[in-house]
Design a protein around this ligand. Structure first.
Ligand code: SAM
Ligand code: SF4
Length: 380
């Protein structure tokens, strides 16, 4: 594993003719993507200090939290095999936060230094009135309001969403082959999603990112196809490792495709340049094609945890604050809201939730227990 600093660097070397598609070999050679991202200020000294009651949302390890992921619903119109079963049970509507409640939490978060919001779910676009919610959130002064969506309903909503203040979208798309797309997502179709990408870009929801969950033996033979797609379209394709957050509990380490194998394969065809230094905050590790034609990303939550620079906080659709996807600890802001609590109480709950955050998840530790709530319930 090579050491590297903040400077861009080249990964891979050979230019050759592309194979139309190729699966990664489970025994692929390790390459020099970063092994982990160093925690900022994770010292015993800091851990011993008292929780601040003013200033930004900071945890015991000095990580300032400025990104809030808001799940609008646990419901979805698809049933992706890595996410939820056909007969998924959803929460009763009355348990979900109302838009007024969501806006209140977002406003308090903004006052505490949150500057970016991501709307997710479940599928955020199945929540009725989502455009109005975006319009309300956009008056609060966030730098960025993004959304992660399966895009089945995006084509019709892209323009009003953009007008309401949405900055950009990440679209989930796990295959570029129609039949396989339908098998993985169980419902929906590829053509609708590809069309939605065009519409989203046309109305200014840019840069457009694709989320691709790779499953070994299912779609890992499309890695080069996705890389070619990124080069042709300028869309940023992010390869996501399968995480132990599927509602069926069928996650298995052997089914995930490690990010470094992906980068090894792509860089053997098209040399890549590491875009960010080791201390950037985004979960995706970004790589640009060395010839300047596009960019890809890796979200290697399992094999290359990025906890050391995590700045994320989550609000579940039923009103709990979670400080980590992989933790079971939740802090109910709904209880405060529905008991008539005010901004100060909400602010203290946000502070406590952040302060309680562990230095990192323990997926790779023997004692790891998968979270009780799955990805679509938490808000991915
Ligand atoms: N429904 C929207 C969508 O699919 O884009 C937003 C919610 S979805 C839970 C958010 C992201 O989580 C998607 O990109 C999806 O592919 C990803 N995801 C879901 N289950 C996953 C799992 N077990 N491991 C890794 N990623 C997962
Ligand atoms: Fe729905 Fe998104 Fe889960 Fe697929 S990944 S089932 S689209 S919530």
């Amino acid at each position: 594993m090579s050491d590297h600093g903040d400077h861009p660097r080249l990964v891979g070397a050979t230019e050759g003719s592309p194979s139309a598609s190729a699966a990664v070999s489970p025994t692929a050679i390790a390459v020099s993507v970063r092994a982990h991202r160093a925690p900022a200020g994770a010292t015993a000294e800091r851990a011993a200090t008292a929780m601040p009651t003013s200033g930004p949302l900071v945890d015991r390890y000095g990580r300032v939290h400025s990104d809030l992921r808001i799940s609008l619903t646990d419901r979805c119109n698809l049933r992706c095999v890595y996410c939820m079963p056909e007969d998924m049970t959803f929460q009763p509507h009355e348990q979900l936060l109302s838009f007024d409640e969501i806006v209140t939490v977002a406003r308090v978060g903004r006052e505490l230094g949150v500057n970016s919001i991501r709307l997710t779910g479940g599928e955020p676009l199945v929540r009725r009135g989502v455009v109005d919610l975006v319009a309300r959130l956009s008056t609060l002064g966030f730098d960025d309001i993004a959304m992660t969506t399966n895009a089945t309903r995006l084509a019709a909503l892209a323009k009003p969403l953009r007008a309401a203040g949405l900055s950009r979208v990440n679209i989930s798309c796990d295959s570029l082959r129609a039949e396989r797309f339908a098998t993985i997502r169980r419902r929906g179709d590829l053509a609708t999603v590809l069309h939605a990408m065009d519409v989203a870009e046309a109305v200014g929801l840019r840069p457009l990112k694709l989320n691709v969950v790779l499953l070994r033996g299912v779609n890992d033979d499309e890695i080069l196809d996705f890389a070619a797609f990124a080069r042709q379209t300028g869309r940023i394709v992010r390869f996501i490792e399968f995480m132990p957050l599927d509602a069926q509990g069928q996650w298995d380490r052997d089914r995930l495709v490690p990010g470094r194998d992906v980068i090894e394969l792509i860089s053997s065809r098209w040399p890549l340049r590491d875009v960010d230094g080791p201390t950037h905050l985004a979960p995706a590790e970004r790589f640009a094609f060395a010839d300047g034609r596009g960019e890809i990303g890796l979200i290697s939550s399992v094999t290359e945890a990025f906890c050391g620079t995590c700045n994320r906080l989550r609000l579940t659709a039923d009103g709990s604050i979670r400080n980590c996807l992989f933790s079971n600890e939740e802090h109910s802001v709904r209880a405060i809201l529905r008991a008539g609590g005010g901004d100060e109480q909400i602010a203290m709950l946000l502070r406590r939730a952040v302060w309680a955050k562990f230095p990192g998840h323990a997926i790779n530790e023997p004692q790891f227990l998968r979270p009780v709530r799955s990805m679509s319930m938490i808000g991915g």
